[in-house]
Structure formats: structure tokens, C-alpha cells
Design a protein around this ligand. Structure first.
Ligand code: C5P
Length: 237
């Protein structure tokens, strides 16, 4: 499958058309951004690592009954996937408090939450991705029905129920992550985007070391080394 015209360029990926109107190709870029694009850099190999990690995790989720847009990895930086209508809601799942949750609500960093928290952010760079409640999402027309919001929450919890024990077996705490969803041509809600250390937080269970984009956000260095370790643990190396 060949890349045709560029459809869209995001912060971490470029999206290309293919000869099949129902399939598109994502090119995973080496660019790193944080704080809504205010901090920018690039790390050689980061895109390929995220493509490989996402490929493994999409396969794992599909095997466990979660419908995703994944079709196949084409090469180091390219993934073939289904074309969808993107739902402009970022679904955030949290097991341990950190990041914006500690900043916004004053919960101590590292607090294990009494239950898994699922939140919605409006996927809108201009507005800085504000928090949404269900009424906001319906008023904005981001989905058609309350049922669809319930489905997003249910699917996000199912993903967490698969990934949290999977990473625990590999010595990593799945602290939190962001999911995106879209509607395929039949109108089914499916998981899209990527699942990688760019949009998940992983803490090593023994050392507490951060193995994700917080290394870039917080200027800790060793970004690709950490991402590579996440891939190696997934591959059982
Ligand atoms: O910044 P915050 O604590 O809200 O992030 C929660 C989780 O969602 C983190 O894993 C972060 O990487 C991810 N996230 C993301 N893209 C955003 C906002 C958050 O991937 N725009």
C-alpha cells in the first residue's frame, strides 16, 4: 500500500490517503511536543518506537475484543489503518494521581486512586483541550447521544483492564493514559490514534523511574532510551 496525498499533519503524525478510500497511512514523526506545542524538540528513532509499541498494543487489544483502527505496520515509521470520523474527545484514564489531576485538584502526586478515573477533554488546541462533562460534549455535538459517551467510558475501562495487568507483569505501573476514538464507515465506535509513551505514563515498579513523555516534559533526558525499554519489555527482551 503506497502513500498518496497528505491529508493532515498533527504534532506527532502525518496522515496520508491510499488507493483505498477506507484506509489511510500514519507516518510517526520523531517530533516531541509538550504544553500544547509550546515546548518542541525531536529525537531520532522516537517515531519508529511509538509505531512499534502501538502496533503491539493494538494487536493485544484486538485479541482481547477491543475494536481498533489498526490494520498493519508497514515499515518502521508507517502504520496502515482504517479511516474514521474522529470523535473530538480525548478520553483520559487514571490509576494513579499525577500531572494535571494533582495540579487541578491538589491530590498528592503518586496517590493510588480508590477507583479508575475516566475524564473527557475537548480535543481543541486553540482552547487548550479543556475538561468536558457529558452535557458540554452533547451541547458541542461531539457525539450524538449520551449512550455514545457511556460507550467511550466503558471501552476506556476495558482497555485499562487489559493494559494495567499486562504492564504490571512487565514491571511497569500504568499510571494514566489518553485514548482517542472514531466512527468507522458502519458507524461503529473504534479505538484510534496511538498507544505509546507519548500518551501513556509508565512508572517502573521498582525504581519509580518515569518511562514516558514526562522525561521530555520535565527535562529529565533519556527519552528514547526509556521508550526503547518500554518496547523491549513488551517484546519480552
Ligand atoms: O496532563 P495530564 O495529567 O492530564 O495527562 C494525562 C494523560 O493523558 C497522560 O498520560 C498524558 O500523556 C496523556 N495526554 C495526552 N495528550 C493530551 C493530554 C494528555 O496524551 N493532550
Amino acid at each position: 500500500m503506497e502513500k498518496k496525498e497528505l491529508l493532515y499533519e498533527g504534532k506527532a503524525k502525518k496522515l496520508y490517503a491510499t488507493e483505498d478510500e477506507n484506509l489511510v497511512i500514519s507516518e510517526f514523526k520523531d517530533d516531541l511536543t509538550a504544553f500544547n506545542g509550546e515546548k518542541k524538540s525531536s529525537e531520532v528513532g522516537k517515531g519508529a518506537l511509538n509505531n512499534k509499541i502501538s502496533t503491539e498494543l493494538f494487536k493485544l487489544l484486538e485479541k482481547n475484543g477491543i475494536p481498533t483502527h489498526f490494520v498493519k505496520m508497514l515499515d518502521d515509521n508507517h502504520m496502515l489503518h482504517k479511516k474514521v470520523d474522529v470523535i473530538l474527545i480525548e478520553v483520559i484514564v487514571r490509576n494513579i494521581a499525577t500531572g494535571s489531576l494533582t495540579r487541578n485538584l491538589g491530590i498528592e502526586d503518586g496517590t493510588v486512586l480508590p477507583f479508575t478515573l475516566v475524564e473527557f477533554d475537548y480535543k481543541n488546541d486553540e482552547l487548550g483541550d479543556p475538561k468536558l462533562n457529558d452535557q458540554h460534549a452533547l451541547i458541542l455535538g461531539l457525539v450524538d447521544f449520551q449512550d455514545e459517551l457511556d460507550k467511550l467510558r466503558r471501552m476506556a475501562r476495558q482497555v485499562n483492564d487489559i493494559l494495567k495487568p499486562y504492564f504490571a507483569q512487565k514491571g511497569l505501573n500504568l499510571v494514566d493514559f489518553k485514548l482517542e476514538f472514531g466512527k468507522d464507515k458502519e458507524g461503529n465506535i473504534i479505538l484510534i490514534d496511538e498507544i505509546s509513551p507519548d500518551n501513556c505514563r509508565f512508572w517502573d515498579m521498582k525504581s519509580g523511574e518515569k518511562m514516558d513523555k514526562d522525561r521530555f516534559r520535565q527535562g529529565l533526558g533519556g527519552v528514547t532510551v526509556a521508550y526503547e525499554q518500554v518496547l523491549n519489555r513488551i517484546l519480552g527482551k
